[in-house]
Design a binder for this molecule. Structure first.
Ligand code: SF4
Length: 348
C-alpha cells in the first residue's frame, strides 16, 4: 500500500509529521509549487465530481501526492463552503475507492487504519458496531442490519461491500475537521489558486440554482406543504417551522417579496418583523441559512410523517430535488401555481 494513495490515513499523517515541513514552506516555497498545483487539482476535481488520478512513480511524485492532501484541505477551508466541503470529502473517498481496487493483502491494513477490523480472508466477518458506524448513512435496504446475517456479534460482507464501507468511512474522515482554522495570510498566499477555484465554485452554485428551475409546489415535501397550508389558514407557525419554511423557499429561488406575500395572510402579520426575519434568513446579516435536515425537523415536531420518498432522503431539499427530476409537464398542468391565498392541501 502506498501511503500517498491514502493520504488521509493515520499512517500518512504520521509520515507527513515526520517529514517536518512547515505549512509556510508548502504555501510559499518554489520547490513546493507542484504540491500546490496538485492540491488545487484535487479541489477542482471535487467541484467537477472526480479527482484525476496521477501516475506517481518517483519519490518526488509520491511526496507531491502525499503533501497535496493537507494543502487541499487548507484550500477548501479558505473557500469555506459547505457544498464544496461535502463534494471534496466525497471526491477523495471516490478516488480512494478506485485505488482500493488494486489492493490485495494490504486492504486489511487500510481497513484497520480506518478503524474497521475485518476477520478472515473474504468474504469478511465484521463486528456489528463497526459495521453500523460505517453503514450509518447508506440507505439501500441491503445495508440495513436487519437484512444481514448476524452471528455472535459478527456479520458477513463481501470484498466489494467492505470497500464500499471503507469508502464511506473515508468520506466521513475527510469531512471531519473541515473547515480547518485557516487565517487570512494563509489564504492570501494561495490567492493564485483560490481565485479560479472560487470562480468555479460560484459557477457550480449558480448551476445548482438553475437546475432547480422554476418553483414547483407539487414537488414540495410533506413538511413544507403542511406549513404552507397552515400559513394559508392563518395558523401562527412556531419559530422553528417559520425558519424551516423560509429557508427552504429561499433555497429554491423564491425571493424575499414572494415569501413576504405568503405570510401576508397570517393573523399576526407584522410586515416589519416578518421582513426582518426573512431578510435575516436570506443572508442580510452575512450568513445565508440553510433549511434544517429531517432529523432536526422531527426533533422540533415539524415533520408531519414520512411518505415513501421521505424514507429515502435526509433533507427536505433532497426531497424537492428528486421530485423535480421526475416532475412532468402533465403534473405541472394539474398543479395550480403557488398562491399565497390558499395552501396546497386546500386546493385538492
Ligand atoms: S421526512 Fe423530511 S422531507 Fe419528509 S416530511 Fe419529514 S422533514 Fe419533510
Amino acid at each position: 500500500m502506498r501511503i500517498s494513495d491514502y493520504p488521509f490515513t493515520q499512517e500518512a499523517a504520521e509520515h507527513v509529521r515526520g517529514l517536518g515541513y512547515s505549512l509556510e514552506s508548502l504555501l510559499g516555497k518554489t520547490s513546493f509549487k507542484g504540491v500546490r498545483g496538485r492540491a488545487a487539482e484535487r479541489v477542482a476535481g471535487a467541484l467537477s465530481g472526480t479527482i484525476s488520478e496521477t501516475k506517481a512513480n518517483s519519490d518526488v511524485e509520491h511526496l507531491t501526492e502525499l503533501l497535496s492532501y493537507p494543502l487541499a484541505r487548507v484550500m477548501v477551508s479558505c473557500l469555506d463552503d459547505p457544498i464544496l466541503m461535502r463534494r471534496y470529502a466525497l471526491a477523495e473517498a471516490k478516488l480512494a475507492y478506485k485505488r482500493m481496487q488494486h489492493e490485495k493483502a494490504e486492504l486489511v491494513n487500510l481497513a484497520n487504519d480506518l478503524g474497521i477490523h475485518p476477520r478472515g480472508t473474504g468474504p469478511w466477518k465484521l463486528y456489528f458496531a463497526e459495521y453500523i458506524r460505517a453503514a450509518t448513512r447508506m440507505h439501500s435496504p441491503k445495508w440495513k442490519l436487519t437484512n444481514r446475517d448476524l452471528d455472535d456479534g459478527y456479520l458477513t460482507v463481501t470484498e466489494e461491500e467492505l470497500k464500499r464501507l471503507m469508502e464511506e468511512v473515508i468520506r466521513e474522515k475527510v469531512l471531519k475537521g473541515l473547515p480547518l482554522p485557516v487565517n487570512e495570510k494563509m489564504c492570501s498566499d494561495l490567492a493564485e489558486y483560490l481565485g479560479p477555484l472560487k470562480a468555479e465554485l460560484d459557477a457550480v452554485r449558480s448551476r445548482q440554482k438553475a437546475d432547480l428551475g422554476a418553483v414547483e409546489e407539487g414537488a414540495f415535501p410533506p413538511c413544507i406543504k403542511k406549513m404552507l397550508a397552515d400559513v394559508a389558514k392563518g395558523t401562527n407557525l412556531a419559530h422553528t417551522a417559520r425558519f424551516a419554511l423560509v429557508s427552504f423557499l429561499l433555497q429554491i429561488n423564491m425571493n424575499v417579496e414572494e415569501i413576504m406575500a405568503l405570510f401576508n395572510t397570517s393573523q399576526d402579520f407584522d410586515e416589519e418583523k416578518t421582513r426582518y426575519q426573512v431578510e435575516h434568513i436570506a443572508g442580510a446579516s452575512g450568513t445565508k441559512y440553510k433549511p434544517p435536515a429531517c432529523t432536526t425537523m422531527t426533533t422540533y415536531g415539524n415533520c408531519p410523517g414520512e411518505d415513501e420518498l421521505c424514507k429515502r432522503i435526509r433533507h427536505p431539499l433532497s426531497y424537492y430535488e428528486r421530485r423535480m427530476r421526475t416532475f412532468t409537464p402533465l403534473k405541472q398542468a394539474q398543479e395550480p401555481p403557488l398562491n399565497p391565498a390558499k395552501g396546497p392541501e386546500e386546493r385538492k
